[in-house]
Design a protein around this ligand. Sequence first.
Ligand code: ADP
Ligand code: MG
Length: 319
Amino acid sequence: MNIEFDLIARYFSRPAPCGFLGVGDDCALFPVAAGRHLATSTDLLVEGRHFFSDVDPAALGHKALAVNLSDLAAMGAQPVACLLSLSLPAVDHDWLTAFSQSFYALADQAGCPLIGGDTTRSTAGIVISVTVMGQVRPDQALRRAAAQVGDDVWVTGDLGAANIALRLLQNELPHNPDLLAATRRALEWPLPPWQFGQALAGVAHAALDISDGLAQDIGHILKASGCGAELDYLALPVAPALQGLDSQLVQAAVLAGGDVYQLCFTAAAGERAHVLALAAASSLQVTRVGRIVAEPGLRVCAADGSVIPLDKAGFDHFC
Ligand code: ADP
Ligand code: MG
């Protein structure tokens, strides 16, 4: 039997839900609810660039889908289905078992069944491409251009842990096994708030998922919306594992650290109680961290009211 077909049959052919046509035909077929638009996004993960060669394949299978679910959450879209394309230099059955099991585990959890993909031999490293499809009412999609002056700025979850784990693994920080143990899960097993993202549709104005760092990513909302923002540094939700670390290190990780896969969104001040109730219903931490203002640009204010310079040396590495 052709190796490619064998791999698909062994690892990627779980049945699709009732009403779907999944793996095995020329195209997959799936229904989209009346009045909804298809929201779709794709992410490429390249060995050596987006993940370490020796990363736990279970973590990788999870993360490959998680980073895509994060985009659906940031659009306010409900996950519907996903596609997985894999380019592999060799067949490693232990690797494929761990990778596919955790991919399916998250797909089940998020209601985002795997319905197709492609599998090829790679002449270089491992390349993984996941495409997600979701559905959203077009008038309720959380577009980056929709922030309004006077909106609150909110962040889900907490910030900084993934960046500290990455820097430890890259030996940019002194060896610290306890700190790595406390932060590694945030880097390798991100859990984007896909349910809360849907709940925000029609409530929040603009949203995005934090992948390259809060300070840089919020800039996309500000540019698209033609406005600025003031954030209160002390209000930012610092990951508990970062407590007691050097304050400059924490500041860089919180403001400029990527791989967060939580949401930054804006909503009218009149929606505060509503946002908090929706977060409580999803058992999710949300924090109000600032406001949208007319004057363009991002200002992050320290406790004494001074503005934290975002372009100083410590940030060059990240931004
Ligand atoms: P095609 O010749 O049309 O490219 P393939 O032989 O590549 O089809 O794939 C056969 C079936 O397996 C298709 O339904 C395809 O979507 C599915 N498939 C291939 N690779 C994967 C994968 N990694 N995960 C899920 N489905 C896959
Ligand atoms: Mg193919």
